[in-house]
Ligand binder design. Structure first.
Ligand SMILES: [Zn+2]
Length: 382
């Protein structure tokens, strides 16, 4: 779409498009048959045959539903509505992050949760947000630290996932981060990313990687890659890191090392499952039948159908995608119930033939050559 790869690569967060593309591909047997992948290391040499799975959760933030701001900006209104006509719910109760933590623990799910350092540009999560009491903010952060961070990597997505912050004045620019990124260089992106990493350190949530809001950085990706590497080195003395920008409907494994420098590495973790939870925002159907039907799109009860099952058969490590708002489902939390059901089915269908890893753990395996390296990119140009 915005890239020149021969295969289909989609920027993150363009969900409606991605969902349709993913669904179309998964339903197309010709596309499946065409995608022959070389066997990965997990099926060779007597190593474990257990396939890694990971779950990316984007757009996490205390107290707010950042999607409200996205739709408000797009619809140019302070009363944004979903396609269904229902008003977008703006605030997310703190209890929701506790419910998310419970599901992740119950199902043994590992992966990544984004935590926005300046959600919607309202303020820094280290200093306080208007509309979010200090008690609620502290409670949200404490739950993430104690109950989620032990099993999920934390990343910024970058500072606001909304308007860009002018770092010199700490005021908001007219451009959102996505537009702003298109005309940046490594020199301007590095301090911007570093600021996000510092805020997360201040609240006790050090980030192993970086998530791109929308398709942030895709127009200047080699510069963006160098900036992520430099910012992690500068703020966290980290030389092994990863980022999430791309989605793919291919069957062969797309995550890869994109940059190496003196023993350090940067891995691009690519989601290969559409955010099936997204559609739960648009319906008031909360029936068990509905929840099971959405779970089927990733993994059917018998373990044979759905996008995750297709990837499992191809021995492609499974990188699933969800969003804070798609699990919240405009207050109904239907998406979270679907996740609970998917987690249950992964265990029931695959047992020890699959295991959850964090995104960083997956990146480590890729960098160590334990996963398919046939598509490893050349280092980014200086
Ligand atoms: Zn996002």
């Amino acid at each position: 779409m915005r890239r020149t790869h021969a295969h289909l690569m989609l920027p993150t967060c363009l969900i409606a498009l991605v969902f349709l593309a993913g669904a179309a591909s998964a339903a197309d047997p010709a596309a499946s048959a065409a995608a022959k992948m070389p066997p990965n290391a997990s099926s060779q040499g007597g190593q474990s045959k257990s396939l890694p799975l990971t779950l990316i959760i984007d757009d996490g933030a205390p107290c707010i539903n950042v999607y409200w701001w996205h739709v408000a900006e797009r619809q140019k209104t302070d009363q944004p509505t979903l396609k269904s006509g229902e008003p977008v719910v703006r605030d997310v109760p703190v209890t929701f992050v506790a419910e998310l933590a419970e599901v992740l623990q119950r199902r043994g799910i590992k992966g990544k949760l984004s935590v926005l350092p300046y959600p919607a540009g309202l303020g820094s999560i280290a200093r306080g947000l208007p509309g979010c009491s200090r008690a609620d903010l502290d409670r949200w952060l404490a739950i993430v630290r104690r109950q989620i961070a032990p099993r999920m990597d934390i990343t910024p997505e970058i500072l606001t996932h909304s308007k860009t912050i002018d770092l010199a004045t700490h005021t908001l620019l007219a451009e959102n981060e996505r537009e702003w990124s298109t005309h940046q260089t490594a020199e301007t992106l590095t301090p911007y990313i570093a600021e996000g990493l510092r805020v997360l350190n201040e609240v006790g949530l050090p980030a192993t990687g970086v998530t791109s809001p929308w398709d942030f950085g895709s127009k200047v990706e080699p510069e963006y890659q160098r900036a992520i590497f430099s910012a992690q080195q500068e703020v966290n003395a980290r030389r092994h890191t990863w980022y999430f920008l791309h989605q793919s409907s291919e069957l062969s494994f797309q995550s890869k090392v994109v940059y190496r420098e003196a023993g350090g590495w940067l891995v691009s973790v690519v989601s290969q499952c559409p955010d099936v939870f997204w559609q739960t925002m648009e319906t008031k159907d909360v029936s068990e039948t509905y929840v099971r039907s959405i779970a089927d799109e990733l993994l059917t009860e018998d373990g044979r159908g759905g996008r995750a099952a297709d990837l499992f058969r191809a021995e492609t490590p499974i990188v699933m995608l969800a969003h804070w708002q798609s699990l919240f489902s405009n207050g109904r939390k239907t998406g979270l119930r679907v996740l609970d059901e998917v987690g249950r089915r992964v265990e029931a269908a695959w047992g020890n033939r699959a295991h959850w890893v964090t995104c960083y753990e997956l990146a480590e395996q890729i960098a160590a050559g334990e996963r398919n390296q046939s598509n490893e990119a050349h280092p980014a140009p200086r």
